[in-house]
Design a protein around this ligand. Structure first.
Ligand SMILES: Cc1ncc(C[n+]2csc(CCOP(=O)(O)OP(=O)(O)O)c2C)c(N)n1
Length: 688
């Protein structure tokens, strides 16, 4: 059970959280009240962390997946000595406070990932555990366990109900991620009701079936039992652990415990008083932190400093014995690129037949991966289509995993050192796991699927942008031109939707060489996610002695070809597969005597980031006859073509037919582009 000091510390967490929610008149008191004992046991007895250096690489990772219980985390951070002041907590959820409504990575020291959308944190934690396992496999040597940390998460009913949590848990079980432990706050109440009306499967059996190690605790206040379960979870190295802790939401509140009313609203002044009375806590002052409790929590500082110092010492000795590996790891931890990482970057010769940009991407990835050990990732069961396998660089699976000749093998053996992750048909979890890999650090992680299925992973893409995580997604089969699979597989509105996410770079390259530059950008971009949008079909590799260098991709849009005078009367703009179409149209229009400029515009956001005068060099304001061509929803293009311009786009669902037929039927032909272009020029010539 809990001794008197334990109880004092647990109640300190409880009432710091409750008082902050009450003062803010907003927040979630119920969960911190019930989960305080498990959080206390973990944070004071097991978690390896250094409050004075939240970035210490070999720290255990902790994820509060139930992000709405943010005050629980803020209480722990403040009490154990992170740079989060009592003043911040007293301004919980207020403008400028380091204690925002939900935990935000990069905003509050000690917060590993932004959580709130339920299920994401659990999947992030799976990604972190994968990162640890892969780094340990690559860098640890006998007697040198220099990467050796665990991943913990507190998860709630919502986390286990959400599909993304189930996808990630299924994969974690398959991968036997033994250093992942989740504490399940089994309070059986959600936002609007008890779980008896929505959630009745046996959770322990479900996780058993996934291949997890499960333990059921009946008393959420029994700190020693929680401690023992955490130790048992740590000793279980072959399976991830779920500790199901039966708790009571709003614990201690005489009128709101076990009720959804304790979930997401302040208890109310009277109920706070009654709860304090009930648990034997002084009614005043609010935000009370007894000295004895604080002193106990703050032991984390000395312990953390000692742990980090011992690790630094181990690293020093390791660097003497394995200098190359140590340097490589150090660089990865610092998110630096190895010198010469791009030495083998291919340059593609001009070729009228060309290649699909997905194929070019595959060649680029395989060229750069050997010199870029941090590049790791995979697809959601689409390797043969996305061309994202890193050949010969191993497949990530438990050491006693499949044989080398198992179908789906990329070559190089199945082990935790494998750089190829097999996500299975789990796009949503893939997005969130890739975020976890990036948040862990030391990894340049990518995921891949068809562009249409980016819809299945929009939440983690949005969170990657919000967290400023360096992740890359490779989305192939990027338009109706994919053909026979038909409208279910043909993206139309996805590009516009992705471009609308702030802080996200979306690049749709026109040919193989633009694809190589896009990959350079993706690798070099340190603080935002990058999406590469690639074609299934072959595209001509443009002759760069006739057209501007592909490096223009860095500017988001660039003049590919121009009228000799440099004063066009018409500008054709396109991205990706439609660039070769406008090039062909421009040749015909030029032969008819029109002064035409062709602009390749692979990325709206990179272009928008340019100063206005730079943008004007590409799209001079005086030239108002502008036609954009893109096999996708026209949304967003009007900003570039203006009210005198036009867009050849797709404003309905696609159709099942060979890709070239679909493209023709939807108007992506030289004839149609020329017709629409001439109309624009004619309209300019005829004053209104
Ligand atoms: C994806 C997602 N859907 C809905 C919500 C809104 N929401 C916040 S908490 C919650 C239910 C929480 O229940 P539970 O996970 O059991 O947390 P507890 O009630 O124990 O605090 C919901 C629906 C959310 N945060 N994320």
């Amino acid at each position: 059970m809990a001794n008197e000091l334990d109880r004092l510390c647990i109640d300190t967490i409880r009432f710091l959280s409750v008082d902050a929610v009450q003062k803010a008149k907003s927040g979630h008191p119920g969960m911190p009240l019930d989960a305080a004992p498990m959080a206390y046991a973990l944070w004071t007895r097991l978690l390896k962390h250094n409050p004075r250096n939240p970035q210490w690489f070999d720290r255990d990772r902790f994820v509060l997946s139930a992000g709405h219980g943010s005050m629980l985390l803020y209480s722990l951070l403040h009490l154990t000595g992170y740079d989060l002041s009592l003043d911040d907590i007293q301004h919980f959820r207020q403008w400028g406070s380091k204690a925002p409504g939900h935990p935000e990575r990069g905003h509050t020291p000690g917060v590993e990932v932004t959580t709130g959308p339920l299920g994401q944190g659990l999947a992030n934690a799976v990604g972190m555990a994968i990162a640890e396992a892969q780094l340990a496999a690559r860098y640890n040597r006998p007697d040198f366990a220099i990467v050796d940390h665990a991943t913990y998460a507190i998860v709630s009913d919502g986390d286990l109900m959400e599909g993304v949590g189930a996808e990630a848990a299924s994969l974690a079980g398959h991968l036997k991620l033994g250093k992942l432990t989740c504490l399940y706050d089994d309070n059986r109440v959600t936002l609007a009701a008890g779980t008896d009306i929505t959630f009745s499967e046996n959770r322990a059996e479900r996780f058993d079936a996934y291949g997890w190690h499960t333990q059921v605790l009946t008393d959420g206040n029994d700190v020693d039992a929680i401690d023992a379960a955490l130790q048992a979870a740590r000793d279980e190295t072959q399976r991830p652990s779920l500790i199901l802790v039966r708790t009571h939401i709003g614990y201690g509140s005489p009128n709101k415990h076990d009720s959804f009313e304790a979930h997401g609203s302040p208890l109310g002044v009277d109920e706070v008083r009654l709860t304090k009375q009930n648990l034997g806590w002084p009614e005043a002052p609010p935000f009370l932190i007894p000295d004895r409790a604080l002193a106990h929590f703050r032991e984390a500082i000395a312990r953390g400093s000692e742990d980090e110092a011992a690790h630094t010492e181990r690293l020093r000795a390791y660097a003497l014995t394995f200098p190359d590996l140590a340097r490589e790891l150090q660089r990865r931890v610092a998110a630096e690129l190895p010198p010469g990482w791009d030495a083998d970057m291919p340059v593609f010769p001009a070729d009228a037949k060309g290649m699909a940009t997905r194929a070019a991407s595959g060649k680029v990835m395989n060229a750069i991966a050997p010199r870029l050990p941090q590049l790791t990732g995979g697809s959601a069961d689409l390797d043969p289509s996305t061309y994202t396998a890193l050949k010969g660089l191993g497949d990530f699976n438990p050491p006693a995993g499949p044989d080398d000749d198992t179908q789906g093998s990329t070559g190089g053996g199945w082990s935790y050192a494998g750089r190829n992750l097999h996500f299975g048909v789990r796009e949503h979890a893939m997005g969130a796991i890739v975020n976890g890999l990036a948040a862990h650090g030391g990894m340049l992680a990518y995921g891949a699927t068809f562009l249409i299925f980016s819809d299945y992973m929009r939440p983690p893409i949005r969170l990657a942008a919000l967290m400023r995580l360096h992740v890359v997604h490779v989305f192939t089969h990027d338009s109706i031109a994919l053909g026979e699979d038909g409208p279910t597989h043909q993206p139309v509105e996805q590009l516009a939707g992705l471009r609308a996410i702030p802080g996200l770079t979306v690049i749709r390259p026109a040919d193989a060489n633009e694809t190589a530059v896009a990959w350079r950008i993706a690798v070099e971009m340190r603080d935002r996610p990058v999406l590469l949008v690639l074609s299934r079909q072959e595209l001509p590799t443009l002759d760069r002695s006739r057209f501007a260098a592909a490096d223009g991709v860095r500017r988001g849009a660039y003049v590919l070809s121009d009228t000799p005078s440099g004063n066009p009367q018409l500008i054709l703009i396109a991205s990706g597969s439609e660039v070769s179409l406008i090039v062909a149209a421009a040749e015909r229009l030029a032969s008819e005597g029109l002064a035409v400029r062709c602009v390749s515009m692979p990325s709206f956001d990179l272009f928008d980031a340019l100063p206005a005068d730079e943008r004007a060099k590409v799209l001079p304001p005086a030239v108002r006859a502008r036609l954009a061509v893109e096999a996708a929803s026209p949304q967003g293009w009007h900003r570039y073509v203006g009210d005198a311009g036009d867009v050849v786009g797709v404003d309905r669902f696609g159709a099942s037919a060979p890709g070239d037929v679909t493209m023709r039927e939807y108007g992506f032909t030289v004839d149609e582009v020329c017709r629409r272009a001439r109309a624009l020029v004619a309209a300019r010539a005829t004053p209104a």
